[in-house]
Design a protein around this ligand. Structure first.
Ligand code: C2E
Ligand code: MG
Ligand code: MG
Length: 639
């Protein structure tokens, strides 16, 4: 049934609105962190382009029909292109949904193949309507542009695509968040209704517009990342994109991190402080972005090269003066870190690691301004972390990059160095010898510390075995372990396994642990420590006096030796209270039959002080610096 002139009812409003909305999308997307640009987002952008093209061809077609002179070829071409653009959009929609489902198995691959074949066949059909009259064509007898009824190539394509989308959404609904599925189904349904109304009218005014509905849904629900409405900060995912982009383009960034130390409960920062951060952003970050990486961790990242001296000073003034007034007013503690000229942060975890590592060494309400040397050190940390990961993956207990040094410990009673502490060192392809403070905290943070411990224990046991075989006399060597390792299921069996494998008696080994502030750790430690001691492994409490000493716990733990930290010796001279406390603790530990070891003895005076406290063991540069463990024999005598 031929229709009369299809152009009669047409007005370009729908197409123009569609194009305008697409332009708004484009502005939103252009260099914006509002939108998450994952892989699938490429398809979204392609769909935008094809809808835009459809609008242009539609408008062109209808204006061509209004011209006095007939341009038959141009009319056919614009109509065909319009239809093809719409079919392409539908094809992209289906591919987009399939990617969202995220399954790549035989059935999804087959489905993709069917969709591709259908798209090609329908495209051919749509272009061929001139000959088939199965769609728009020019009726030669009347000279009018007509359409073959409700059933034509385009309607079939449209129906199939709606069916395809509905099928994916329902079949894989468990793979999608319910709200997203409902939103998509609603959008597809609404667009179907628009198409039906449009079809009755034969004008195709709102056909392209109907395609926008699913797109709006998609961008809002899947790709949008709203700003925090109080602070104006972007989410951590946005930071991921930002840093990845900067890394890829070699852009140099200045980072300003502000962490609020509100520890109790889930308390967020007060609204006023949040608004102050927003004002800071408005005032200072025209070349940067404020991110909220964790509930109370904010990081401002600015493009280093775009900043003038005045810009930087302004940021400094805000950070160091204006914002500080707010913190003081609301009595919130903070830690601020400033890194300028960084070009190697490529992911969220990395910056969080750096910030946490440094923060652990900072006091509250301190501002840390990284020197260029510090920034370089951060780059080194990245390198070390990478090497540590490799080392952990290799699982080689004889790894050549890990070296064991040891510091002989003097036994006060015998006057001999009959015990020693094993201390880790590393050499990496790009570094000289590195000290433990450069890699132990990194290893702890990236959870490879246990791999290191195993290597050090293994190398220590090997040396112990040699010393014993050569007839040297000594009591034991202590190895440092991290509290976090006690939670590892295989911790106990790993330790005992290595000791036994090297044929070393358990009582030749001691483990040094530090105190933990975490209650949850304590139960694990208690259990494992008990088992180790039963076997004969001695337990030392390291760095006593630096942690949050919880005396009850220390007493219940059951340890053999308490190691007084060097900082106590340093404070001793200056602080009378320390002197009193130390004497008090020493006496208490002696009553409990714990042995006392003093660390960091550098002078005769230190040694005298330790004697007066009843020291059993002394360790420090006064006697020996740490030496390669093979040299321990120089401090020993043979039987
Ligand atoms: P720590 O266990 O308290 O080790 C004692 C540290 O004090 C050693 O530093 C030692 O060289 C240093 N020291 C000893 N006597 C003196 C002195 O008279 N004056 C001064 N200023 N320092 C002295 P090192 O070897 O740099 O180790 C630092 C820390 O790294 C260790 O403190 C320990 O906590 C950790 N660490 C070392 N090796 C390992 C390990 O294999 N595993 C684990 N988890 N941690 C380790
Ligand atoms: Mg130690
Ligand atoms: Mg210590």
């Amino acid at each position: 049934m031929p229709y009369t002139d299809v152009a009669i009812h047409y007005s370009p409003t729908g197409d123009i609105i569609t194009m305008l909305v697409l332009l708004v999308f484009a502005v939103m997307i252009y260099e914006s962190l509002f939108v998450s640009m994952d892989e699938n987002f490429k398809l979204f952008k392609q769909a935008m382009v094809s809808i835009f093209m459809a609008c242009i061809f539609n408008i062109a077609f209808f204006y061509l029909t209004k011209l006095d002179r007939e341009h038959i070829f141009a009319l056919y071409a614009t109509r065909a292109c319009y239809n093809l653009a719409l079919v392409t959009t539908m094809y992209i929609f289906i591919m987009y949904l399939l990617n969202l489902v995220g399954i790549d198995d035989k059935s999804t691959r087959n489905f993709k193949l069917i969709v591709r074949v259908a798209a090609v066949l329908l495209s051919i059909l749509l272009v061929a309507t001139h000959f088939t009259h199965f769609g728009f064509y020019r009726d030669m007898s009347t000279g009018l542009w007509s359409r073959s009824g409700y059933l034509n190539a385009f309607v079939i394509a449209y129906a199939l695509s709606v069916f395809g989308m509905g099928y994916i959404l329902i079949r894989y609904s468990e793979r999608m968040i319910l709200q997203v599925s409902i939103m998509m189904l609603t959008c597809v349904g609404l667009s179907l209704i628009t198409v039906i109304i449009d079809n009755i009218d034969v004008a195709n005014e709102y056909l392209a517009f109907s395609y926008l509905l699913p797109m709006i849904g998609v961008i809002v629900m899947i790709h949008s990342r709203p700003y925090n409405l109080t602070t104006g900060a972007m989410s951590e995912e946005a930071f991921g994109d930002f840093s990845a982009q900067a890394y890829k383009n070699g852009t140099v960034i200045d980072y300003y991190s502000i962490e609020f130390m509100i520890s109790t409960g889930n308390h967020d920062i007060p609204m006023e402080v949040g608004r102050a951060l927003y004002k800071f952003e408005r005032a200072c970050l025209k070349h940067g972005v404020l991110f909220n990486l964790r509930p109370r961790l904010y990081v401002a990242a600015v493009y280093h090269d775009k900043m003038t001296e005045a810009d930087t000073q302004k940021i400094d003034h805000w950070i160091k003066v204006i914002l500080k007034e707010y913190y003081n007013k609301f009595k919130i503690d903070y830690k601020i870190q400033i890194y300028r000229g960084v070009d190697y942060i490529y992911e969220l975890r990395q910056i969080i690691n750096y910030l946490d590592l440094r923060a652990a060494r900072m006091k509250c309400n301190e501002i840390f301004l990284a020197t260029p040397e510090d920034v370089k050190e951060l780059a080194r940390t990245k390198y070390i972390a990478g090497e540590l990961k490799k080392l952990a993956a290799e699982e080689n207990l004889d790894n050549e990059h890990v070296l064991v040094y040891c510091q002989p410990v003097k036994n006060v009673k015998s006057g001999r160095f009959d015990s020693a502490e094993a201390l880790a060192r590393m050499t990496l392809p790009e570094t000289a010898l590195i000290s433990p403070d450069k890699f132990i905290p990194v290893a702890e943070r990236i959870n490879v510390i246990h791999s290191l411990t195993k290597i050090i224990l293994n190398k220590t046991c090997k040396e112990i075995r040699k010393l014993m075989d050569e007839g040297y006399e000594f009591d034991r060597v202590s190895v440092n372990v991290s509290v976090s390792e006690f939670k590892i299921d295989t911790f106990l069996s790993d330790i005992t396994g290595i000791i036994e494998k090297n044929n070393v008696p358990y009582d030749k080994i001691a483990l040094e642990i530090t105190e933990s502030t975490n209650d949850a750790d304590y139960d694990f430690i208690l259990e494992v420590v008990g088992k180790l001691r039963k076997l004969g492994v001695r337990i030392y409490l390291d760095d006593f006096g630096t942690g949050y000493s919880n005396f009850d716990r220390i007493l219940s733990l059951g340890i053999d030796v308490v190691k007084f930290d060097r900082s106590l010796l340093l404070a001793w001279d200056k602080d009378r209270a320390v002197k009193v406390t130390l004497r008090h603790f020493s006496a208490a530990f002696r009553d409990l039959n714990y042995k006392l070891l003093f660390e960091g003895i550098e002078t005769d005076e230190h040694e005298g002080l330790c004697f007066s406290c009843g020291a059993d063991y002394l360790q420090g540069y006064r006697f020996s610096k740490p030496v390669p463990i093979e040299e321990y024999r120089n401090y020993l005598t043979k039987r």
